[in-house]
Design a protein around this ligand. Structure first.
Ligand code: SF4
Length: 271
């Protein structure tokens, strides 16, 4: 989420930034503009519907006693969550017919079953789930929702993010930790405690990628975030959002209006 406020002389000013939108700017400033400044809606996909519903089900799994955290209970929670989610306007007309929705549900259950091969929820007592974080880093307000935070057997903090998309090959996994490192920084800021590890838990793999965290990394992230914030403010001031064509373009919802793919190329120079 990002909030943009108009002040005197129509000069836009950045109010808040989420780790996801920070990642967008880092990947492609033009993508950031489409999403966060212009707020052009993206078509809703069955994958987003699955992600939203699976997150709800996994969150609620930990409301149950440890002995009830079974695949069947998780499947029931998914069905219940979908009954709620499908009522939202954005998901209302996602499926052409009942059969395609049923097929989607079956594939979703297969994905959720994978969860139990990655970790045993009966052994975990989360400190927090869906933690809504709002932190001020000396003038930079960061807002985001953290999937789960636990303590390991040694009492150290572990941050976990669920992913329903396909796991990248391990050699390409590092950039995927960008948002989690921001969350680790916020946790340190908020509690004074440095998390020991961040984890990306990919149901579609299934696999878990882990990254050990230390103060040096978080200090570097702090500097990186400040530099990114300054770059975003500069882009907003000059209205210059360079395109960064790459592999992501194949999945970008805005390709048909992106200057990199049309004849207009006002911001073509990469920064
Ligand atoms: S199509 Fe590619 S270059 Fe254009 S906004 Fe999307 S990611 Fe950026």
């Amino acid at each position: 989420m990002i909030d943009v406020m108009t002040i005197e002389l129509d000069q836009p000013r950045l109010e808040r930034l989420s780790p996801s939108r920070a990642g967008d700017f880092k990947t492609c400033p033009q993508l950031f503009k489409f999403r966060a400044i212009d707020r052009i809606p993206e078509p809703t996909s069955i994958y987003q519907a699955r992600g939203t519903t699976a997150h709800l089900a996994l969150q609620r799994l930990f409301d149950r006693p440890a002995t009830e955290r079974t695949p069947d209970v998780l499947f029931d929670l998914f069905r219940e969550a979908w009954t709620e989610v499908r009522g939202d306007e954005e998901f209302a007309e996602l499926f052409d017919d009942v059969e395609s929705e049923r097929q989607w549900g079956l594939e979703s259950m297969e994905l959720l079953a994978n969860y139990f091969s990655i970790e045993d929820p009966a052994q975990i007592e989360p400190m927090d789930r869906e933690l809504d974080m709002l932190e001020d880093l000396d003038g930079i307000t960061i807002r985001g929702i953290l999937d789960r935070i636990d303590r390991d057997d040694d009492g150290k903090l572990i941050i976990t993010d669920y992913k329903t998309g396909k796991a990248p090959p391990e050699r390409f996994a590092l950039p995927a930790f960008f948002a989690l490192k921001i969350y680790a920084l916020l946790i340190r800021r908020n509690t004074g405690e440095t998390p020991k590890e961040v984890r990306l838990l990919y149901l579609n793999g299934p696999t878990m990628y882990r990254l050990a965290i230390d103060d040096r990394q978080l200090d570097a992230m702090d500097s990186q975030l400040r530099a990114l914030w300054a770059a975003i403010e500069r882009a907003m001031r000059t209205e210059n959002y360079p395109t960064r064509p790459g592999r992501l373009c194949d999945w970008c919802s805005y390709q048909n209006i992106c200057p990199a793919f049309t004849d207009e190329e006002p911001n073509a120079a990469d920064s």
